[in-house]
Design a protein around this ligand. Structure first.
Ligand SMILES: Cc1cc2nc3c(=O)[nH]c(=O)nc-3n(C[C@H](O)[C@H](O)[C@H](O)COP(=O)(O)O)c2cc1C
Length: 171
């Protein structure tokens, strides 16, 4: 993995990158971390900083790590890793060693954040902001029924805005 200029993100189709390719959100330290697949989120600008935003339900094991850490990484892969992403998006790190099951290898970034050697693009991010969605804030109430009716009285997503501090690409 090579550190590359942030400007290389301009060559990416962020719409496809997150919604189509999906990403792994990973937080923790090399000896104890967890990752999950996410396809909701975005990259762009906020407070004049390059940022990403991700939405993580509190019941995810990954949430525990994201909460505990100052940083998280976002990793993007080529199509050959689709099955690995499906696994990380359907099984919990509470029950499985996701690296062992998928063949992904964890690497420690310069910042101490954990990412994956097989990724074609990695964003090393620092948390800036967190908010928990609340039911009263939904303007389109149909979304509540569609996405959260399986979880009555339960939690909605937490949104994290993270600053993209470094970008890594493949050689
Ligand atoms: C394509 C795809 C996209 C997903 N996007 C999100 C997401 O944006 N936010 C989220 O909280 N969960 C999302 N999930 C669900 C988590 O990845 C899934 O619950 C995972 O098993 C959590 O793992 P963990 O318990 O080890 O953290 C997605 C799953 C898939 C397959």
């Amino acid at each position: 993995m090579n550190k590359v200029d942030l400007a290389c993100l301009a060559k990416e189709d962020a719409f496809k990158l997150i919604g189509g390719d999906w990403m792994l959100v990973c937080a923790g330290k090399k000896d104890r971390f967890n990752m999950m697949t996410a396809s909701w989120g975005g990259i762009g600008w906020l407070w004049n900083r390059p940022v990403a935003f991700v939405f993580i339900r509190p019941e995810r094991y990954t949430h525990e790590f994201v909460e505990a850490e100052e940083r998280l990484s976002l990793s993007f892969f080529t199509e050959e890793w689709r099955e690995a992403l499906k696994f990380c998006g359907s099984k919990s790190g509470r029950d499985f060693d996701k690296c062992k099951e998928t063949g992904l290898s964890a690497v420690e970034l310069e910042s101490g954040a954990v990412a994956f050697g097989e990724a074609r693009l990695t964003l090393d991010c620092r948390k800036l902001f967190k908010a928990s969605m609340d039911k009263a804030s939904f303007i389109d109430r149909d979304i509540l029924a569609k996405w959260y009716s399986d979880n009555p009285g339960g939690s909605l997503h937490d949104v994290y805005v993270v600053e993209i501090e470094s970008v890594y690409g493949v050689k």
